[in-house]
Design a protein around this ligand. Structure first.
Ligand code: ASP
Length: 582
C-alpha cells in the first residue's frame, strides 16, 4: 500500500499513529543531527524527520534524496516542537521508520515553489512540473469547483447537458476557423466549432427546451495575453424565452456560483446599462463598475474658443481623477506617453489641476480663462484637489482612449480591488456594425441574433440603427458571457443574411440546414455562452486565463511542451491528397 493518508490531512489527533505517506520531496534540510524533509502531494505538505535515533542505513538513504524524488515513507506521527501555524499539518511531523525511493528526479529546471524562478516559456515547456506548484494547482482545482457549481445549478434548473460535434462545417461567425482535412472526402474540410451556436439552436427546434454544455471552442485569431485559440464555454440555450428570462436564469447561475465558491452575495437584479451609455460614460462595452470616474462630454463647453486642436475635432471629453491635482510634470508626461502608446493611439492629453486653494493650473492656460476651466470642472462634478484629464478627437476613438486612461487611473488609485465584484448586464447593442475596409455590415454578435421587434422596419431605411436583442454579462471590466434572443423565423433570417451581403444561394449553401429546420416549427429561443476560463480567472481576481487551463498555448499559438503545431509526414499528406506550396 502506498499510503494510509495524504500529505495534507495529518494533525494533532493522529499523534502516536503509524502512517504511510507517498509524495514528492519538496525540500531537504540537513541540520547535522537532524534531517527534515517536506513531503508534498496535491493535498498539502507534511514534515518528515530523521534524527539520531534513525538507523544509519536509513539516514544514508535520506541523505541521497533530491528535490522532486518520489518516495514512500512509513513512520510515527509525533507532535512537533516548533509548530508551523501556516500549514494545516504544522502541528505534527513523521518520524521516519522506513523509506522507499519510488523514483528519482533530475533537478527540475525551475523551483517548484509558490514564487518560482522559472520564466513563462520554461514553465510551459515543463507544464507538468509547473502544475505541481500551488498557485497553478489551486487554479485548476478552482476551475473544477466552478464547473461543478455550474452543473449543479443548471441541473437543478432542468437543463440537460448534450454534446455537439467538433468536426463541423466552416461558417462565417466572426473569427477564422481552424480546419481539418477529410481523408475520406479528399479536397474537403471540416471546421472546428467557434461555438456550438447553430447546433444548440437545432436542439431547440428538436424540442430539448433547455440545453447546456461545457465545451471547447476554437478560434484562429491573433492572440493576446487573455486569449487562447482553444478555450472553453459554458454554452446554454433555452426555448420559449424572452431576453428577461435568459438574463434572470443566468444571473441566478452566476450568483449561485459566486456564493458557492467565494461566499460572495450579489444583490439581484444585476445592474443593466445600454451599450450607448457604456460607451459614453466608460468608453468601453465592458465597463469596470468597481469605481466611478465617469467620462464627461466637454465638446460644447470647450470647442470654438480658439484652441485649434479642440476647434477642429469631433469630440472632447474628460475624466476627473480624485485627489491627483498634485501630479508632477513627470507623472503627467508619463500619462501622456501612456495614452500615446499604439494600443491606445491618442494624440495627446490636456490636464487641468484643481488646486486645494482654488487655484487652477492647466496645459491650456493660454486658450482658456480660469472661468472656462471652472465651468469644465463643475460640468464634470470635480472638486478642489482633483485632476482633470482631457482628450479630443474622433468620438468613439477618444471615448475608448479615455476608457483605458480611466482604468489606468483606477488601478493607480487602488480602486480595482481583486476581491470586490461589480456585475453588469450590457444591453441594447446595435445589431450590425459597418466595416469601412470591406464596405459592408457585419453582425455585432452573430447572424442569428434577433433584432428588437420595433426596429425591424429599419432593415431597408437605416440598418445601422437597428438594436439587437443581445446582452453581455460583464464583471470587473471583463466580458464573462454574451448571448442573444435568436431569429426563429425563416424570412427574418433571410433578411438578416441579405443585409450581411449574402445572396439567397450563399445563405442556402452555408446555412441551409438551419433555414430548413426553421420550416418545421422552430420555437422562439435564446441563449448565452460564458467564457469558462475567464469566469474562473475573474473570480480569482487574476487577469490572465492561462493558469486556469492545464495545457495552454503561447502567444504564437504553440504548445511548447508537445511542440505543436508540427509538420506531418509525406505519407499523411499523400493520404489526405494535400500538396504543400513553398
Ligand atoms: N455562440 C455565441 C458566442 O460564442 C454565444 C451565444 O450567442 O449564445 O459568442
Amino acid at each position: 500500500m502506498y499510503r494510509t493518508h495524504t500529505c495534507g490531512e495529518l494533525c494533532a489527533t493522529h499523534i502516536g499513529q503509524t502512517v504511510t505517506l507517498s509524495g514528492w520531496v519538496q525540500r531537504v534540510r540537513n541540520l547535522g543531527g537532524m534531517i527534515f524533509i517536506d513531503l508534498r502531494d496535491r493535498y498539502g505538505v507534511t514534515q518528515l524527520v530523521a534524527n539520531e535515533n534513525t538507523s544509519n542505513d536509513l539516514t544514508e538513504v535520506v541523505e541521497t534524496l533530491g528535490r522532486e524524488y518520489v518516495i514512500k515513507v512509513e513512520g510515527e506521527v509525533l507532535e512537533r516542537t516548533n509548530k508551523n501555524k501556516k500549514i494545516p499539518t504544522g502541528e505534527v511531523e513523521i518520524d521516519i521508520k522506513c523509506l522507499t525511493i519510488l523514483n528519482t528526479s533530475e533537478v527540475p529546471p525551475f523551483t517548484i515553489e509558490d514564487e518560482t524562478d522559472g520564466g513563462e516559456e520554461l514553465r510551459m515547456k515543463y507544464r507538468y512540473l509547473d502544475i505541481r506548484r500551488k498557485p497553478v494547482k489551486n487554479a485548476l482545482m478552482h476551475r473544477h469547483k466552478v464547473g461543478q457549481a455550474v452543473r449543479r445549478y443548471l441541473d437543478a434548473q432542468d437543463f440537460i447537458e448534450i454534446e455537439t460535434p467538433s468536426l463541423i462545417k466552416s461558417t462565417p461567425e466572426g473569427a477564422r476557423d481552424f480546419v481539418v482535412p477529410s481523408r475520406m472526402n479528399p479536397g474537403e474540410f471540416y471546421a472546428l466549432p467557434q461555438s456550438p451556436q447553430t447546433f444548440k439552436q437545432l436542439l431547440m427546434v428538436a424540442g430539448m427546451d433547455k440545453y447546456f454544455q461545457i465545451v471547447k471552442c476554437f478560434r484562429d485569431e491573433d492572440l493576446r495575453a487573455d486569449r487562447q485559440p482553444e478555450f472553453t464555454q459554458i454554452d446554454c440555450e433555452m426555448a420559449f424565452v424572452e431576453q428577461d428570462d435568459v438574463i434572470s436564469t443566468f444571473e441566478g447561475m452566476v450568483a449561485s456560483v459566486f456564493k458557492d465558491i467565494l461566499n460572495v452575495d450579489f444583490a439581484a437584479p444585476f445592474q443593466r446599462m445600454s451599450y450607448n451609455d457604456a460607451m459614453s460614460l466608460y468608453g468601453s462595452d465592458k465597463p469596470d463598475l468597481r469605481f466611478g470616474m465617469e467620462i464627461r462630454d466637454l465638446t460644447d463647453l470647450a470647442k470654438g474658443k480658439g484652441f485649434v486642436v479642440f476647434d477642429k475635432t469631433e469630440f472632447i471629453g474628460g475624466i476627473s481623477v480624485p485627489s491627483c491635482a498634485n501630479y508632477s510634470r513627470k507623472q503627467l508626461d508619463g500619462l501622456t506617453k501612456f495614452v500615446q502608446r499604439p494600443q491606445i493611439g491618442a494624440k495627446g492629453l490636456v490636464y487641468v489641476k484643481l488646486g486645494e486653494n482654488g487655484d487652477i493650473k492647466s496645459s491650456v492656460d493660454k486658450f482658456f480663462t480660469p472661468d472656462d476651466l471652472k465651468q469644465w470642472a463643475s460640468h464634470m462634478g470635480a472638486e478642489d484637489g482633483d485632476l482633470l484629464l482631457i482628450m479630443a478627437g474622433d468620438r468613439i476613438q477618444t471615448l475608448e482612449a479615455l476608457g483605458q486612461l480611466r482604468l489606468e487611473m483606477g488601478e493607480r488609485l487602488g480602486l480595482r480591488p481583486a476581491d470586490s465584484f461589480a456585475p453588469l448586464w450590457v444591453v441594447d447593442f446595435p445589431l450590425l456594425e459597418w466595416d469601412e475596409e470591406t464596405n459592408r455590415f457585419y453582425a455585432k454578435h452573430h447572424p442569428f441574433t434577433s433584432p428588437v421587434q420595433s426596429d425591424i422596419h429599419l432593415f431597408e431605411s437605416d440598418p445601422a440603427a437597428i438594436r439587437a436583442n443581445a446582452y453581455d454579462l460583464v464583471i470587473n471590466g471583463a466580458e464573462i458571457g454574451g448571448g442573444s434572443i435568436r431569429i426563429f423565423d425563416r424570412e427574418l433570417q433571410y433578411k438578416m443574411f441579405k443585409v450581411l451581403g449574402f445572396t439567397e444561394a450563399q445563405a442556402e449553401d452555408q446555412f441551409g440546414f438551419l433555414l430548413n429546420a426553421f420550416k418545421y416549427g422552430a420555437p422562439p429561443h435564446g441563449g448565452i455562452a460564458f467564457g469558462f476560463d475567464r469566469l474562473c480567472s475573474v473570480m480569482d481576481g487574476v487577469e490572465s486565463i492561462r493558469d486556469y487551463i492545464a495545457f495552454p498555448k503561447n502567444n504564437a499559438g504553440r504548445d511548447v511542451m508537445i511542440n505543436s503545431p508540427s509538420s506531418i509526414s509525406v505519407e499523411q499528406l499523400a493520404e489526405l491528397k494535400i500538396k504543400l506550396v513553398e
